[in-house]
Design a protein around this ligand. Structure first.
Ligand code: AMP
Ligand code: ZN
Length: 114
């Protein structure tokens, strides 16, 4: 999508610190990290949010979680633990309208969910 920030990152029109890339998935460091490890994992294909993902394309979410496991191991947080967050739309606090999963860890996280 032309005006989407994360599509621009996928297309390398905007720089990012990439930690993983394959044909379908990109993972890069969040520009404003809230923990020692804060990585965004996205499908390269644009969907505004999780509600727009067609059922027959849902496999990408499983693949993203496999990638998250891989990155967590590389980042050394696989044993200590981490949190995966997907913000969806207004009430969910989504700022960038391109599906993304936050991988957050490297410290003891708070227990508040909202
Ligand atoms: P959300 O609130 O779930 O939409 O999260 C959007 C995330 O994108 C925030 O954590 C931002 O810090 C992050 N972000 C915004 N612009 C960039 C960028 N150019 N590179 C990396 N992360 C970004
Ligand atoms: Zn996009």
């Amino acid at each position: 999508m032309k005006e989407c920030l994360f599509c621009k990152i996928v297309n390398k029109e905007i720089p990012s610190t990439v930690v993983y890339e394959d044909d379908e998935i990109l993972a890069f460091k969040d520009i404003n990290p809230i923990a020692p490890v804060h990585i965004l994992v996205i499908p390269k294909k644009h969907y505004n949010d999780i509600t727009e993902l067609p059922e027959n394309e849902a496999e990408i979410i499983a693949k993203i979680h496999v990638v998250i496991n891989k990155i967590a191991k590389e980042q050394g947080i696989s044993e200590t633990g981490f949190r995966i967050i997907n913000n969806c739309k207004e009430d969910g606090g989504q700022e960038v309208k391109h599906i993304h999963f936050h991988l957050i860890g490297g410290k003891k996280l708070g227990t508040k969910m909202c």
